[in-house]
Ligand binder design. Sequence first.
Ligand SMILES: [Zn+2]
Length: 203
Amino acid sequence: MEQKMVQPKEILRECEAFLEGHFLLSSGRHSGAYCQMAYLQQYPDKCEQVMALVAEKLKDTPIDLVVGPAMGGIVYAYELGRQLGKRAIFTERVDNVMTLKRFSIRPGERCIIAEDVVTTGISSLETKRVIEEAGGICLGITCVVDRTTADKPSPIPILASAVKLELPSYAPEECPICKEGKLPLVHLGSRKMKEQAVQTINA
Ligand SMILES: [Zn+2]
């Protein structure tokens, strides 16, 4: 039987983890798309399908441990660890500093970081520091969505992602979606606004 190809971008759309429209970001810039990865976690079966794409790319990588920074990385680290048959833990912030609060990493353990989205990779550096301070070896990052660009590459190698998305943002006065004048600008601060955004997109 022919197996249906998993289209990660479509799955993210179905879960509303990936929205397209006209959005006001917290930075004040405008964007034609928006990622809210926690929405994928609502559906464990879809999360499993998406993470299978990441696990497949790691099948020849010698890994001992998957480390997910809280909150965004916890579920993805768990699911990846489950599929790879490896231990999975999470790091978390204590007084705003990333720490290994409740788990241990053994010296020499080969670790990968599991993130939801990687944009600059800067936050993954904190997790890398935690791994190395414990004596572990950080092999690189895995993520659901790779949003890095050629001119701003991640400081830590991205070993595997489910999908690469280019989501440009614009200064309000330069926004091409404003200029086109078809889609109202949506603030993503509230759930109600998000629902309206989804209705606008699906209309
Ligand atoms: Zn705009």
